[in-house]
Ligand binder design. Structure first.
Ligand code: GAR
Length: 218
């Protein structure tokens, strides 16, 4: 069983959906630890509701990013974590952290990477005026929001959208693709070749002739 450590900073709705997917038996893993850099994060309560061990590691308590990263690595290794999941974790992890978990850190980003990386991906996409926004689950490498992409989903922007409504629909979509990507990882179905993630054993025939177009077309 893959031991999963989840890093959060806030509400933890993605964490909640992962907990539920694990409980439902859809992810062949065990969440052994939830870490937050923010003591007020509601996600800590969500984890505690399921008796999942939690820990607060505040970035402010460390003199620089390297020492913060090293503390995270220490805590995760103490719990023998195999896979690190960033579920709304709003700190950038350095190369030292990534080297401690090679190809074993997975992040969710609320935009279609490589567009709109960084913070507030949904807001950036909305302000830009894209017609298809979306979300991305990807492996984490040394560069921000850059590692090999596992799953993406497109979310149409509606003409009367607000940034908040769009972000809420993207979030619902995040919950679907994040658990799916983690299930594939835990089932050993993901292989990275030349930065492309190959997914084995899935039937893509239904995708063959599929398009998502942002305006109804006859
Ligand atoms: C999610 O929208 C996630 O994609 C985003 O933070 C939100 C966390 O929500 N992550 C990033 O922007 C990372 N750069 P949640 O706490 O309810 O899961």
């Amino acid at each position: 069983m893959i031991k999963i450590g989840i890093l959060i900073s806030g509400s933890g709705s993605n964490l909640q959906s992962i907990i539920e997917a694990v409980k439902a038996g859809n992810i062949a893993g065990e969440i052994v630890l939830v870490i937050s850099n923010n003591a007020e994060a509601y996600g800590l309560t969500r984890a505690a509701n399921y008796n999942i061990p939690t820990k607060v590691v505040k970035h402010d308590d460390y003199s620089d990013r390297h020492t913060f990263d090293q503390e995270l690595v220490k805590v995760l290794k103490e719990s023998q974590v195999d896979l690190v999941v960033l579920a709304g974790f709003m700190r950038v992890l350095g190369a030292g952290f990534i080297a401690a978990f090679p190809d074993r850190v997975i992040n969710i980003h609320p935009a279609l990477l490589p567009s709109f990386s960084g913070t507030h991906g949904q807001g950036q996409a909305f302000a830009y005026g894209v017609k298809l926004a979306g979300c991305t689950v990807h492996f984490v490498d040394e560069k921000v929001d850059h590692g090999p992409i596992i799953i993406q989903a497109a979310v149409p922007v509606l003409s009367d959208d607000s940034e908040e409504r769009l972000a809420a629909r993207i979030l619902r979509c995040e919950h679907k693709i994040f658990s799916r990507a983690l299930a594939l990882f835990c089932a050993g179905k993901l292989q990275i070749e030349d930065r492309k993630v190959k997914i084995s054993g899935v039937d893509e025939s239904q995708l063959d002739d599929q398009f998502l177009i942002s305006c109804p077309v006859e």
